[in-house]
Design a protein around this ligand. Structure first.
Ligand SMILES: O=c1ccn([C@H]2C[C@H](O)[C@@H](COP(=O)(O)OP(=O)(O)OP(=O)(O)O)O2)c(=O)[nH]1
Ligand SMILES: [Mg+2]
Length: 153
């Protein structure tokens, strides 16, 4: 595990009383983030869940908003834009977009752990436009060109 990277976090008025996003275990990749509101998401519906926090991510990093597998497996509650991207220059409230793919309405209570935040290094690309690209064995083959799933014997 590399050294933790400092990230500034600001508690918004409706975030008062909520725990900061936190790693549930010492080796966790993601910090569980809590809902700052009570909301019920009906089947097929989506909602941007407030977290009550804004952050200032250091240059060279992003935060990815990822679903929690337990909510996905047990209730069909997931993050449709996963991994959600929190840009280093974003200063608004961090929100978790959630969609209910299940059959039942899902009630989120303030303080529930709704998603997880992964701090990740990011490198910006600088395009170099060319007339021709180098040739490779794969060439333009893709989308299953190397074979499908294993055949049954
Ligand atoms: O799950 C998410 C995704 C995004 N954001 C915030 C932080 C991010 O920096 C900003 C913009 O997100 P994104 O680039 O994914 O959305 P966009 O549709 O491209 O909007 P914009 O034009 O504002 O970049 O919205 C969240 O709070 N939660
Ligand atoms: Mg964008």
């Amino acid at each position: 595990m590399t050294e933790p990277v400092g990230v500034r976090i600001k508690r918004l008025p409706h975030g008062h009383g909520l725990d900061l996003p936190a790693y549930a275990t010492s080796g966790a990749a993601g910090m569980d983030v809590l809902a700052a509101e009570n909301v019920t998401i009906k089947p097929g519906q989506r909602h941007a869940v407030a977290t009550g926090f804004a952050v200032a991510i250091p240059d060279g990093y992003e935060i990815q908003v990822r679903p929690r597998s337990g909510l996905a497996l047990k209730h069909g509650i997931t993050v449709p834009n996963t991994p959600g991207t929190i840009d280093s220059d974003y200063r608004g409230e961090l929100k978790v977009i959630m969609i209910n793919h299940g059959e039942e309405a899902f009630a989120i209570a303030r303080g529930d752990r709704v998603a997880q935040l992964v701090l990740a290094p990011v490198t910006q690309a600088k395009w170099s436009e060319v007339e021709e690209l180098d040739e490779t064995g794969r060439g333009a083959g893709g989308f299953g060109s190397t074979g499908g799933h294993a055949k049954l014997a």
